[in-house]
Design a protein around this ligand. Sequence first.
Ligand SMILES: *Cc1c(COP(=O)(O)O)cnc(C)c1O
Length: 342
Amino acid sequence: MIPVLRLKRKAAYGLEKIVKLDSNENSYGASPFVAEAIVHGALHPSLYPDSEARDLRKRLAEKLGAEQNQFIFSSGLDEMIEMVSRALLTPEDNIVMAWPTFYEYYSHALIEGAEIRRIDSDKDGRHDLDKMLAAIDESTKIVWVCNPNNPTGTYVNDEELAAFLNKVPESTLVIIDEAYYDYVTADDFPDTLSLLKHHANMMVLRTFSKAYGLASFRIAYGVARPELIHELEKVRLPFNTTGAGQLAALAALQDKAFIKKCRKKNRKVLKIVRDFFDKHGIAYYPSQTNFIYVKTDDPKGVFEHCQKNGFLIRPFQTGVRITLGKKRDMLQLLKVLEEIFD
Ligand SMILES: *Cc1c(COP(=O)(O)O)cnc(C)c1O
């Protein structure tokens, strides 16, 4: 019998159906190429995976126009954030990050005993780069730029990022987390792979967990200059990514149409959701991602109301983050929201 992993704990909530809109997973799944590769591809369960992820490395180097020795692979970006923090941070150092932003930057700096300088986002939910710059000193090892930002969905544009990079001292590493890169549609979004050619103190992070729909495979990568990659490799476990993850990522990269389709569907749903919020005078941040941040003075109340009705969303201090799901589910969610946002 084929075992089944239950993903949705419906029984725990006493519900018929739960729509998971709390972790920004791809609501359309993954490319069919992935299942095909896992079932029929060259997967050898009894052998250790390729520690260097050579096939995936080569493919990404071609795709992104970078050298193969500029890549490092990880078990999701979560592990990358852990590795970078472990390799670079000591209790004498500090990090600068936006607030709110992706929480792992904070938790791993905390584990390494580094000082954490959180800089409030501006009123539009965007990184306040001027204030972040002002917070950097000679002990700042890392400044995190989450672009687009989770949980606000907002972005730093090409001019802003270029100006920022020109001002950050060389002793501080600027790490740009582009987990949602494939959802972006803004024309002025930064081309970080090009910027990397001119800035030694820069690293770009991407993952297969979001638009590629491979969150369960745990595979992501970082791109930087080879000397930095060499430093980071010292803390990487030899088999931190799996053969299945590498194979799935390779298969997913072949299906460009899938990513394009997801981006397009996501944009359509985003428009429906924005129109709804506009109509009801509900404040939200403009999003370049597959989620939207809605402002409310009762995040917990909104979260609980949604959960009671079969929708899992994520509460924050000043609002809730809702992953953009399939149109049918989102239309139902908007009805549920209509009951409380009036
Ligand atoms: C989801 C997410 C990650 C981590 O994703 P992985 O599944 O660990 O690759 C990293 N950064 C941001 C901003 C995210 O939203």
